[in-house]
Ligand binder design. Structure first.
Ligand code: 3HC
Ligand code: NAI
Length: 696
C-alpha cells in the first residue's frame, strides 16, 4: 500500500495516509497528501473529501526524526494551505490520537469527525517547541482562547467528547463503528446539504477588554507550572498573536517563535528525552523472537509503603494481585492503605465508580505465602535487609509454581546473592520501583548474572503494561539511580559542613531545575532510611564527614517530615521547610570536630559539586556496562529523580557542557577536595581527549 492513497467511494473522495506505526507526517506523507489532493480536486465525481489514516492512530504529528534536517518541499505550510484552500469540503476523520501536526492538518480541514475514544492535542511544548503548523492561530479561532491556551500550554490531549463540546469536532462516531464508513456517510450528508468549505483562517476572535488580563493571568500561571521550560510561555505569545493580529501576520509570528524555540538547546534536550524513553526498552540481546511469560497474576510480598504502591500500580493495569503480609494486623494496615488511596483517587474523579470497585476487588491480602502458588510474577517488597530477603526468597522458592518469576524491589542489595538463595536463579531479577510506586513513572529492571532472557522480556512487557518507563541495569550497589545519587547527597552533606546553609543548597538546585533540593528530599524520604542503610555496609564505603549532621539529627529523633523535624523544622500540617537553628548549631559543631573551616560558598559551586558526581558516576556505570547506553541513565534521572527534562538528563547535560569542560571542573574540585571522590572516570578522560560525547 502506498504511503498516501486516493480513491472515490460514492460521491466522496477518500485520502488515506498509511505510514506506520503512528502516521508521523514525514516528507513522503506531505508530498503524498498534496498529490492526492490534486487528484481529488480533478475527480468530478468526488464532491466532498475525507482525510483519514490507517492503523492504530490518526497522524501523531510531524516526523520528529526529520527535525534539524534541511526542510524539503512541500513544507507543512504548503500542505495546510492546500487542504484549507480545497474548493471541495474537506473532512478530517480522527481515530487514536490527532497530535501536533496531525491536529493542525485536521484544523486545516473544514469539518472534523472523530471516534469516541480518540484524543486531540498539541503536545509540542513537551518537545520544547510550540505548534508550528498554524495550530496556535486556528485552535483559538475555533475553540476560544481559554481552551486553546489550556491545550497548547499544557500539551495535554483532550478526549473526543470534550473536543466536541469545545467546538473542535463537528461529530463523534461510536467506538464500535467503522470510522472511515462514518466519515464517508457524513460526507454524503454534506453533499446532500450542499455544504461549503468552512475555513478557520477566515474566522475572527472577537476583541474584548478582558483579553490582556486573561493573557497576564495565563503568563503568571504558566510561569509557575512550566518549571523553567520556555516553550509554554512562548506558546502564549503565539496565541496572543492570534487574538491581536490578522491571520497572515499571526502565522508569521508563530513561525518566528517556533524557529526560536526549535533553535534553543531546551528543545534538543526534550527531543533527546522523547527518544531516550523509547530506546530504553530495547535490549541488544532480547529480540522480538523472545516471548514474554504470562504475568496476569501478580504476587506482592510486604504491604508497606512500596508493596501497597506496587499492588495499586498493577491493579490500575487490570492485573490480579495477591499481597502477603506477615500478620493479620499488618494485613489490615495494608488493606487500609490500599483502600484509602483508591478512595481518594475516586473522590478526586481520577477513577470512575466501576474502576474504583474493580481495582479494590483486584487486590487480595493474605498472610500465608502458600496463597502465591498460582502467581506468575512475585515481587518482594519487605524490609531492606539481606537476611530477611533471603529467607523470603527461600520460602518463595518452595511455594511458587514452576516458571514463576521472582523479583525483588531492593534498592541497594545484591540481586545475585538473593537469587542464589533459590534453586532457580534464572527466574530471579530486580524490579526496582520508586516511591510512591503507583505514581512514579520509573521502573529499574535489574538483570542478575543468571536472569533468563525471557524473564527480562517479561519484565519489559510488564513495565509497559503498568505504564512505567523501564530501564535495564546490571547488578551493582544501588544500580543506576541510587548508585549515582550517593555522590549528589554526599556533596550536599559536605557543603553544609563547609558553610552553605541547607536553604541555600536546596534553592541552588531548584534554580538548576529540580523540583526539590537534595536536603528537602532527604527530609521527605526520612533521614533514618539512609542512616539504617549505611549501617549495613562497611563504614569505609562512605565519606567520613558527609553524614555527620544527618546522623546526629537521627539520633535526636529528627527523622524528617514524618517526625515533624529533620534538617528543617516543620509547622504541624505544613510541608514547607523552615530553616532550623538547631541544625545550624549541630552543623557548626560537626564542622569543627571534622576540622572543616566554614566559608562562603557560591550557588555555582553548589550546582557543580552536586551534579558533576552524577556525571562522573554515570560514566563509570556506562563503562562497566551496568547501563546499556548513556540515554538510559538520562531516563532514570528524568523519571525517577526529578532531573530537569529541559536539560535532557545528566549525561546529555554533560555532552552539552562538553566532556573536556566536565573533566577540567572535576580536576578543579580534586584540587580543593582531594582525589577520593574527585577523579575523572576513565571514560571521561578518554572521551574528553578524543573530543567526543557519551553518545558517540
Ligand atoms: N515522529 C517520529 N516518530 C514518532 C513520532 C513522531 N511524531 N511519534 C511516535 N514516533 C515513533 C516512536 O519513536 C516509536 O518508535 P520506535 O517504535 O522505533 O521506538 C513509535 O513511533 C511508536 O511510538 P510509541 O512507542 O510512543 O507508541 P504509543 O502507541 O505508546 O504512543 C503516541 C503513540 C501517543 C502517538 C506517542 O508516540 C506520541 O506521543 N508521539 C509523539 C506525539 C507528538 O509529540 N507530536 C508532535 C510532534 S511535533 C509537531 O507535530 C510539530 C508541528 O507543530 C509542526
Ligand atoms: P516498609 O517498612 O514500609 O514495608 C515493609 C513491609 O514488609 C512491612 O509492612 C512488613 O510488615 C512487611 N514484611 C516484612 N517481612 C515480611 C515477610 N516475611 N512477609 C510478608 N511481609 C513482610 O518498607 P518499604 O519502604 O515499603 O520498602 C520495602 C522495600 O522496597 C525495601 O527493600 C526498600 O529498600 C525498597 N524500596 C523502598 C523505597 C522507598 O522509597 N520506601 C523505594 C524503592 C525501593
Amino acid at each position: 500500500m502506498s504511503i498516501v492513497s486516493f480513491e472515490r467511494r460514492g460521491r466522496v473522495g477518500l485520502i488515506l495516509v498509511n505510514n506506520p506505526p503512528v502516521n508521523a507526517i514525514s516528507h513522503a506523507v506531505r508530498a503524498g497528501i498534496v498529490e492526492c489532493l490534486e487528484r481529488a480536486s480533478s475527480d468530478d465525481g468526488a464532491h466532498v473529501l475525507v482525510l483519514a489514516a490507517t492503523g492504530r492512530t490518526f497522524m501523531a504529528g510531524a516526523d520528529i526524526t526529520e527535525f534539524g534536517k534541511p526542510p524539503k518541499a512541500p513544507h507543512f505550510a504548503d500542505v495546510i494551505a492546500a487542504l484549507e484552500a480545497s474548493d471541495k469540503p474537506m473532512i478530517a476523520a480522527i481515530h487514536g490520537s490527532a497530535l501536533g501536526g496531525g491536529l493542525e492538518l485536521a484544523l486545516a480541514c473544514h469539518y472534523r469527525i472523530a471516534r469516541a475514544d480518540a484524543v486531540l492535542g498539541l503536545p509540542e511544548v513537551n518537545l520544547g517547541i510550540i505548534p508550528g503548523a498554524e495550530g496556535t492561530q486556528r485552535l483559538p479561532r475555533l475553540a476560544g482562547l481559554e481552551t486553546a491556551l489550556q491545550m497548547i500550554t499544557s500539551g495535554k490531549p483532550i478526549p473526543a467528547a470534550k473536543a466536541l463540546e469545545a467546538g473542535v469536532l463537528d461529530a463523534v462516531s461510536p467506538v464500535d463503528a467503522d470510522l472511515v464508513e462514518a466519515a464517508l456517510a457524513y460526507g454524503e450528508r454534506l453533499v446532500d446539504e450542499k455544504a461549503q468549505p468552512r475555513r478557520i483562517s477566515e474566522m475572527t476572535i472577537p476583541a474584548n477588554d478582558a483579553q490582556s488580563a486573561l493573557f497576564a493571568e495565563w503568563r503568571e500561571k504558566v510561569a509557575k507550572s512550566a518549571r523553567g521550560i520556555k516553550a509554554p510561555l512562548r506558546a502564549i505569545d503565539a496565541v496572543e498573536a492570534a487574538a491581536t493580529l490578522p491571520f497572515a501576520e499571526g502565522i508569521k509570528r508563530e513561525r518566528e517563535i517556533f524557529a526560536e524555540c526549535a533553535a534553543d538547546p531546551q528543545s534538543k534536550a526534550m527531543q533527546h528525552a522523547f527518544f531516550a524513553e523509547r530506546k530504553a526498552s530495547r535490549l541488544p540481546d532480547v529480540g522480538r523472537d523472545i516471548k514474554p511469560r504470562s504475568f496476569a497474576h501478580i504476587g506482592v510480598v510486604g504491604g508497606g509503603t512500596m508493596g501497597c504502591g506496587i499492588a495499586l500500580a498493577c491493579a490500575a493495569a487490570g492485573l490480579t494481585i495477591t499481597l502477603i503480609e506477615q500478620s493479620d494486623e499488618a494485613a489490615d494496615k495494608a488493606k487500609g492503605t490500599v483502600t484509602s488511596i483508591l478512595d481518594a483517587s475516586h473522590a478526586r474523579g481520577r477513577i470512575n465508580d466501576a474502576a474504583h470497585q474493580k481495582q479494590k476487588d483486584a487486590i487480595t491480602i493474605k498472610t500465608d505465602m502458600a496463597a502465591l502458588k498460582d502467581a506468575d510474577l512475585i515481587i518482594e517488597a519487605v524490609f531492606e535487609n539481606m537476611d530477611v530477603k533471603k529467607s523470603v526468597f527461600r520460602e518463595l522458592d518452595r511455594v511458587a509454581k514452576k516458571g514463576a518469576i521472582l523479583a525483588t524491589n531492593t534498592s541497594y542489595l545484591d540481586v545475585d546473592e538473593i537469587a542464589a538463595s533459590t534453586s532457580r536463579p534464572a527466574d530471579v531479577l530486580g524490579l526496582h520501583f520508586f516511591s510512591p510506586a503507583h505514581i512514579m513513572k520509573l521502573l529499574e529492571i535489574v538483570r542478575g548474572r543468571e536472569t533468563a532472557l525471557d524473564v527480562l522480556a517479561t519484565a519489559l512487557a510488564f513495565g509497559k503494561a503498568i505504564r512505567k518507563v523501564a530501564v535495564v541495569a546490571r547488578v551493582c550497589y544501588g544500580f543506576i539511580g541510587n548508585r549515582m545519587l550517593e555522590g549528589y547527597v554526599r556533596e550536599a552533606g559536605l557543603l553544609m559542613l563547609e558553610g552553605a546553609k541547607p536553604e541555600q543548597i536546596d534553592a541552588a538546585i531548584r534554580a538548576f531545575g529540580y523540583p526539590m533540593g537534595p536536603l528537602q528530599v532527604l527530609d521527605l524520604a526520612g533521614l533514618d532510611i539512609g542512616h539504617m542503610l549505611r549501617s549495613q555496609f562497611p563504614a569505609d564505603r562512605f565519606d567520613p564527614h558527609a553524614y555527620r549532621v544527618i546522623s546526629r539529627l537521627v539520633e535526636q529523633g529528627r527523622k524528617g517530615q514524618k517526625t515533624g523535624a529533620g534538617i528543617y523544622g516543620y509547622e504541624k500540617g505544613n510541608r514547607a521547610p523552615i530553616p532550623d537553628p538547631l541544625t545550624a548549631r549541630i552543623t557548626r559543631e560537626e564542622a569543627e570536630k571534622a576540622g572543616i573551616k566554614q566559608r562562603t560558598i557560591t550557588d555555582e559551586e553548589i550546582v557543580e559539586r552536586c551534579i558533576l558526581p552524577l556525571i562522573n558516576e554515570g560514566a563509570r556505570i556506562l563503562e562497566e556496562g551496568v547501563a546499556v547506553r548513556a540515554s538510559d541513565i538520562d531516563v532514570v534521572y528524568l523519571y525517577g529523580y526529578g532531573f530537569p527534562r529541559w536539560r535532557g538528563g545528566p549525561m546529555f547535560y554533560a555532552n552539552q557542557l562538553g566532556l573536556k569542560h566536565v573533566r577540567e571542573r572535576i580536576l578543579h574540585y580534586q584540587a580543593q577536595q582531594g582525589p577520593r571522590w574527585w577523579t575523572p572516570a576513565p571514560l571521561i578522560e578518554k572521551l574528553a581527549k578524543e573530543g567526543k560525547g557519551f553518545d558517540d
